[in-house]
Write a protein that binds this ligand. Structure first.
Ligand code: S3P
Length: 449
């Protein structure tokens, strides 16, 4: 892992066709939540298909520090022996969440209404990201926080000894903020209400209900109103983690742009709060089908089949779809480079505060590789060059951002000259098997000395 170590430069060369089956790892969002909710429950939670990426491993370590017993049983199977709502112990040491915004923000929420103090830190990327969006609502419960200037990590949270319930309108479209408030609301008496103007991923709500909390969601004029009854007894569950649509995006998009490709990506969770990319690709003319659609563990699931799509067209992505594909804009911009015409992406300011400023990272790297990009504070436009016309040939910076690294490696799979990435190490945070899996399909990704 290069987040704390030596960079791993990589290059991707034109290859193909990509064929075969891509078994992508478990969903990152659901994996974090499985560990945290397991730790906040009484009894045993059994998890299969957990994503064993560095982000989730850091959350597992953090749950141990707060007193839960977390055991790796091998083969993606994990056991969590929880301490119950309000049962977190004070950690002996600083909690290092590595690269993970989801990990740190959800854990801050989960501990903020217990009478304990914890200090959080992360890597150079995480320590630049805004935390006030979480500590502001946590203060309403009675928690205190002291961090670096601008609400940055490292940061200490002093949990509320006598928490009060909260009614909070989330000011930015963020499932992490919503989830932090709901997890804090677990140990406050009475009803905590969270209102989101734009619907974001709803795994926390679904999983809280599954662990035994009383929680309702209603659409109103104000937006989606989520009401949680505090101090429930959560009970350990058996969880089968669906595969991650955000990871599936890479083999799917690579197949669309590499001539002759035909790739099957089985068992992908298609929760409507996550599936916006696939709709967008279809709107662009992608040969992408959902095979064998079904329900698993209360979530819609299908096998995705992606084939080379020679007639991709740029489109205006509906801004109201942004939350359902927020992590997929980097790889969408790669597909846009291979489409004819402009792909316009608006209402995406949140991209500027992810693991990197993703608009800037992609725009800079795409331009270096011969693609025209315009950008402003909350929008960007990629002018595609069509198949066979993407020059490539440049080295780009991944800025400690896994999705930037994987996106540019996909760009190189069909460009005239190879695309180099300064550091592919961060890929291990979410998709540790990316290199071998893409190689099995026929991609040529090389590590450079
Ligand atoms: C996530 C929410 C999103 C997303 C992140 C995972 C989650 O972040 O970008 O990768 O699991 O709740 P925001 O809440 O900042 O939008």
């Amino acid at each position: 892992m290069s987040a704390h170590g030596t960079p791993i430069p990589m290059q991707s060369l034109a290859a193909g066709p990509l064929t075969g089956t891509a078994d992508v790892p478990g969903d990152k969002s659901i994996s974090h939540r499985s560990l945290i909710l397991g730790a906040l429950s009484m009894g045993e939670t059994r998890i299969s298909g957990l994503l064993e990426g560095q982000d989730v491993l850091d959350t597992a370590k953090a749950m141990r520090a707060f007193g839960a017993e977390v055991t790796d049983l091998g083969g993606g199977n994990w056991r969590v022996q929880g301490v119950g709502v309000g049962g977190f112990a004070e950690p002996d040491n600083v909690i290092d969440c590595g690269n993970s915004g989801t990990g740190v923000r959800l854990i801050m929420g989960a501990m903020a209404t217990s009478p304990i103090t914890a200090t959080f830190t992360g890597d150079a990327s995480l320590n630049k990201r805004p935390m006030a969006r979480v500590t502001d609502p946590l203060a309403l419960f009675g928690a205190q926080s002291v961090g670096r200037e601008g609400g940055r990590l490292p940061m200490t949270i002093v949990g509320a000894a006598d928490p009060v319930p909260v009614r909070y309108v989330v000011p930015v479209p963020s499932a992490q903020v919503k989830s932090a408030v709901l997890l804090a609301g677990l140990n406050a008496p009475g009803q905590t209400v969270v209102i989101e103007k734009e619907a974001t991923r709803d795994h926390t709500e679904r999983m809280l209900a599954g662990f035994g909390a009383t929680i309702t969601s209603e659409d109103s004029e104000e937006g989606r109103v989520i009401t949680l009854t505090g101090q429930p007894e959560l009970t350990g569950q058996t969880i089968v983690v669906p595969r991650d649509p955000s990871s599936a995006a890479f083999p799917v998009c690579a197949a669309l742009i590499v001539p002759g490709s035909d790739v099957l990506v089985p068992n992908i969770g298609l929760n409507p709060t996550r599936a916006g990319l696939f709709e967008t690709l279809r709107d662009m003319g992608a040969d992408l089908t959902y095979e064998n659609p079904r329900e698993e563990g209360g979530e819609p699931v299908a096998d995705l089949r992606a084939r080379f799509s020679p007639d991709l067209k740029g489109i205006e992505v509906p801004p109201d779809r942004a939350a359902s594909m927020i992590d997929e804009y980097p790889i969408l911009s790669v597909v846009a480079a291979y489409a004819e015409g402009q792909t316009v992406m608006r209402g995406v300011k949140e991209l500027r505060v992810k693991e990197s400023d993703r608009i800037d990272a992609m725009a800079t790297g795409l331009r270096a590789n011969g693609i025209e990009v315009e950008d402003g504070e909350d929008w960007w436009i990629v002018t595609g060059r069509g198949h066979g016309n993407v020059p490539g040939g440049a080295e780009v910076e991944s800025h400690l951002d896994h999705r930037i690294a994987m996106s540019f490696l996909c760009l190189g799979m069909a460009s005239t000259a190879p695309v180099r990435v300064d550091d592919g190490g961060p890929i291990a945070t979410s998709f540790p098997i990316f290199e071998p899996l893409m190689a099995t399909l026929g991609a040529r990704i090389e590590r450079l000395a």
